[in-house]
Design a protein around this ligand. Sequence first.
Ligand SMILES: Cc1cc2nc3c(=O)[nH]c(=O)nc-3n(C[C@H](O)[C@H](O)[C@H](O)COP(=O)(O)OP(=O)(O)OC[C@H]3O[C@@H](n4cnc5c(N)ncnc54)[C@H](O)[C@@H]3O)c2cc1C
Length: 331
Amino acid sequence: MTNDVYDITIIGGGPVGMFAGFYAGLREAKVQIIESLEQLGGQVAALYPEKQILDVAGFAGVSGRQLIQNLQDQLDTVPEVERHLKTKVTNVTRGADYFTIETTQGTTRSRAVLLAAGNGSFKPRELRAENAEAETGKHLFYGISDLQRFANHDVLVAGGGDSAVDMALMLEPVAHQVTLIHRRNEFRGLEKMVKKLEASSVQIVTPYLIQKLTETADDRVQVEAKRLKTDDDLIDLTVDDVVVNYGFIANNKDLQSWELQPKLDHRLVQVNQELETSEPLLFCIGDQAIYPGKDTLIATGFGEAPVAVNTIMKRLYPDRRLPIHSTALKR
Ligand SMILES: Cc1cc2nc3c(=O)[nH]c(=O)nc-3n(C[C@H](O)[C@H](O)[C@H](O)COP(=O)(O)OP(=O)(O)OC[C@H]3O[C@@H](n4cnc5c(N)ncnc54)[C@H](O)[C@@H]3O)c2cc1C
């Protein structure tokens, strides 16, 4: 952390914060990105690097890992944009001319702040079943960071949301057999992916809930599942691995302890059409921002980033020209 006063401090280096950092670099703002994890990339890098993302403009399909690598390459074209990793923002206060931002690595100052902190810190919602804790990391997983680890295995995927469906389809060509278990008969997901699931070799087991995991002598795991709304209808499945996808528990309480308090809606930050919060010069984009019709998608956040950055630049430098349209001049 330096004594400099930045034009824009971006809090959160997920995909949206990364793109905002790049775009602010194009606008020649003095900018820094502060990220609490040891890597950039947010949920995409931390939770689903192997997943194929289908709904980012310009890609017929891109893995989470590749998308973040591309964002990193794009950000590297503006090396003057500073990045502070393993640095968590713990408080933001407003002074007469700038915000003071307290972090775990010291204090910094900025004329405008752009929140891009997603859902805050996040962790997977855990399986509540006998022996689940002991099996975590052995036969029970909450994400796929290396698809090949499951090669030729019998894998049970648990969950009924779009991530569980995506995960089952992602494993299908690699694993020996994939089974998808869900407590309801219906699956939520993009229509195209649910159709793909129906046409796949993935075995569907519904409406069942996992109750117990037991390690077998040959280093597999026996899964006991109960049929819902019945007393004693139990089934046993023996597989190599169980991958649970029950969603994530987000902790975005951090912001509530800051002195600066923008208006919230269910812990998300309310913004106007220019992505400004109720606090002047405090902006918010990506999953952390809420407004009518908001979708928490990467594409949405990518669209919000230039709007916020351009509005900030207009405010800080009212005499500067608006962005020229050819970004090619930068290189
Ligand atoms: C399993 C799964 C699959 C998904 N699939 C898709 C998909 O196919 N297509 C799609 O468009 N979207 C998908 N999404 C949603 C997508 O990942 C999010 O919309 C996207 O990550 C939002 O980006 P973001 O940069 O706003 O926030 P995040 O990715 O959440 O990044 C926020 C960053 O801020 C950091 N941070 C938080 N608090 C602080 C702090 N106090 N100080 C410093 N840093 C902080 C966090 O560590 C994090 O790195 C999926 C989500 C999940 C969980």
